[in-house]
Design a protein around this ligand. Structure first.
Ligand SMILES: NC(=O)c1ccc[n+]([C@@H]2O[C@H](COP(=O)([O-])OP(=O)(O)OC[C@H]3O[C@@H](n4cnc5c(N)ncnc54)[C@H](OP(=O)(O)O)[C@@H]3O)[C@@H](O)[C@H]2O)c1
Length: 307
């Protein structure tokens, strides 16, 4: 598991070990044993290091949680000789303007990748490269924004701290009741573990994994209910939201969350209850008390809300 010591990687490791699967986590830093059966340190962007690590460990499945550029996919395809390569992608979908994204809404790109790629374009090109490898046994997992304990993006903390301070929470009026693109880290670990199962016919397929039917409104009301606070939602036009006020958007140009029927049908994926995800995440928040950078503009938001 390249990236096995990261946010999603640890959740995937736990789920795989629960299923009796030997896991070998990998990352650049040296780490003591802990959550993992074993651990190797190497930089996957250096092909000789990747080749040596794969040669030494000979994994049946390579779960790749640290692949961001098309060249890295190509290196994996050149060096991995096991039964399944699982690429953890993201929302690679084009603007769907409020339509929930189905896996087939992603269309591989034409031509060659440009030198400079942002995060989403990098993932699109990674998937495009995979689609050009009919003999390589690849599978793709596509999570949306993932939250849970130790969410280093702090996007979930942004909502928790606003609800906890009792003030209004600004949300995009166009989209806050749409299905949102969010998932619990434990569910994404579960989806990754399911995709590792060699009995699943998952070659050359992509799978969405997320909550189903959870809107930003549901998320905020769920947090408020768990905190015993009122949910003071204040809808305003998306274009007028201050930077960082609603890190999950949803941006009206984007998809309204995911359709997860394929993962449910073919992998046996089922998302957990939102309440369970929030209970665990709030337990972390109460101890860690992190602050999202956008919270620095809280005064401006409260002024906009007229409170
Ligand atoms: N978190 C989300 O909301 C989210 C949403 C959609 C998709 N995803 C995708 O899911 C994957 C995992 O995300 P995450 O949030 O778990 O990330 P993360 O916490 O940053 O974990 C990534 C791990 O990869 C390792 N790593 C990074 N570069 C490496 C390299 N060159 N060689 C070897 N190891 C390397 C890092 O360990 P070292 O520092 O030790 O190298 C780190 O532990 C990513 O591909 C991400 O794009 C995440």
């Amino acid at each position: 598991m390249i990236g096995g010591a990261g946010f999603i990687g640890v959740a995937a490791c736990k789920e795989l070990m629960r299923r009796g699967v030997e896991t070998i986590a990998a990352g650049r830093k040296e780490r003591p044993y802990g959550t993992f059966t074993s651990y190797v340190a190497f930089d996957r962007t250096d092909e000789s290091q990747l080749a040596r690590a794969l040669d030494e460990t000979r994994p049946d499945v390579l779960l790749d949680l640290a692949c961001y550029r098309p060249g890295e996919v190509q290196m994996a395809a050149r060096n991995f000789r096991g039964a399944r390569y699982i690429f953890v992608s993201t929302g690679v979908y084009p603007d769907l303007h409020g339509k929930p994204a189905r896996e087939e809404d992603f269309v591989p790109l034409d031509g060659e990748p440009p030198a400079e790629l942002d995060y989403r374009e990098g993932k699109r090109w990674c998937e495009t490269m995979l689609s050009r490898h009919p003999d390589f046994p690849w599978t793709v997992i596509r999570p949306p924004a993932v939250f849970g304990p130790a969410d280093h993006t702090l996007r979930i903390a942004a909502y928790i701290q606003r609800i906890a301070d009792g003030g209004a929470v600004l949300v995009p009026m166009e989209t806050y009741e749409w299905q949102a693109g969010v998932a619990w880290v434990k569910d994404i670990g579960f989806a990754c573990a399911l995709a590792c199962d060699p009995r699943k016919d998952a070659d050359h397929k992509a799978y969405n994994a997320s909550f189903e039917g959870v809107s930003l409104r549901d998320l905020i009301e769920g947090i408020a209910s768990a905190l015993g606070m009122p949910a003071r939602l204040q809808p305003i036009p998306f274009a007028e939201l201050p930077e960082g006020a609603s890190p999950y958007g949803p941006d009206p140009r984007r998809a309204a969350g995911y359709v997860i029927d394929r993962a449910r049908r073919e992998l046996g994926f089922e998302p957990s209850a939102l309440e369970d995800a929030l209970a665990e995440t709030l337990a972390w928040y109460r101890v860690a008390r992190p602050s999202h950078p956008g919270y620095a503009n809280r005064d401006k938001e409260l002024a906009l809300a007229g409170t």
